[in-house]
Design a protein around this ligand. Structure first.
Ligand code: TRP
Length: 325
């Protein structure tokens, strides 16, 4: 039987090139290899950003535009919104009964986020239960493969533990989902730190050409290469990292020229800016096809959520049957 893939992202804002070379390229590849369900985890966003949900709809819209623009294709996979498939909530509730508190409190991702984001705001029942909801997301589709970043591994381990406990109590309903780790993106932000919205160092998927050029000009380069003919050190140079990620052969040609001081950083930046602008041209074009037509996004969700729900409601029949409720 064909493998079933489920993954999701919280709608927290625009996506950037780090997402493209990491998670999105993984998602794109899988569309041709398995039955894929990709989910906007809007209930998960509310576990931490619960005070002011007024940006939620806009963030969802932006994120789906980003997905569509890079080539996530509704002909080949199911895109849906978690909150439109209520079966997730029912399974979450049933799983919460069999999830020992200790499993949740020991979760390293939970402990880290709590420490990072401030203890009191996140000492909520919903936030502690975040991975139980995630388990429900995965198990309600009996997914076999779950593409995730390394930070999500504890959540998947927990999902497997919960599934095993359910199967032990009530009978074999859930297959064991396997993680499919996203290769860690080697793409730094323009300042050389990890590319992240909170560092304000991203190149966004929706950036227009002039913005891309400005950002490439601002990229950190080798601090020892001051003049054009100084020998450069490509390792640790942000411009090189981008060159390598989007035109590996070109970067290999450039490398000795840089080391020997035959090319300066300004010229190299111009080359890389042109490469990025070209790579992002089809992304920008697809985005503009979908942009401005909020109905298209609505109908994508309507259709996707309906298809997802067909699968989820079947599982829930089985779950209720196994539990004799
Ligand atoms: N927790 C995931 C993240 O922050 C998002 C997510 C929610 C998810 N449900 C999921 C990922 C189910 C994979 C499977 O990235």
């Amino acid at each position: 039987m064909e493998k079933r893939v489920l993954s999701g992202m919280r709608p927290t804002g625009r996506l950037h090139l780090g997402h493209l070379v990491g998670v999105l390229s993984n998602w794109k590849r899988l569309q041709d290899e398995a039955e894929c369900l990709y989910m906007v985890a809007d209930w998960h966003a509310l576990t931490s950003d619960y005070e002011n949900p007024s940006n939620l709809l806009e963030n969802i819209h932006e994120m789906v535009l980003d997905w569509l623009s890079v080539g996530i294709d509704t002909e080949r996979c199911i895109l849906f919104r978690q909150s439109e498939v209520k079966e997730h909530a029912e399974l979450h509730l049933l799983l919460s009964n069999i999830t020992p508190l200790g499993w949740l409190e020991r979760n390293p991702t939970y402990k880290e986020q709590l420490a990072e984001l401030g203890e009191s705001r996140l000492s909520t029942y919903g936030f502690l239960g975040y991975p139980v909801l995630q388990s429900a997301d995965i198990l309600v589709y009996k997914a076999n493969l779950v593409p995730i970043g390394k930070d999500q591994q504890p959540h998947l381990d927990l999902t497997r533990d919960i599934a095993a406990r359910f199967n032990y109590f009530y009978g074999e309903v859930f297959p064991m989902p396997e993680p499919l780790l996203t290769p860690t993106s080697k793409l730094p932000g323009i300042d050389g730190r990890k590319m992240s919205k909170s560092y304000d160092n991203c190149v966004y998927l929706c950036d227009p050409p002039d913005k891309i050029a400005t950002k490439v000009k601002a990229m950190f380069t080798d601090p020892l290469k001051i003049r054009k003919d100084d020998p450069g050190h490509p390792e640790g140079c942000v411009v090189f990292a981008f060159h390598k990620a989007f035109d590996s052969e070109g970067a290999d040609v450039m490398e000795p020229l840089c080391r020997e001081g035959k090319i300066g950083c300004v010229a190299h930046k111009e080359t890389v800016a042109q490469i990025l602008i070209k790579v992002m041209e089809p992304i920008r074009r697809r985005r503009s096809e979908f942009e401005g037509s909020i109905e298209v996004v609505h109908s994508i969700f309507e259709e996707g959520s309906k298809r997802a729900q067909e699968v989820a409601s079947q599982t829930m029949e089985e779950v209720r049957g196994a539990m004799k409720i």
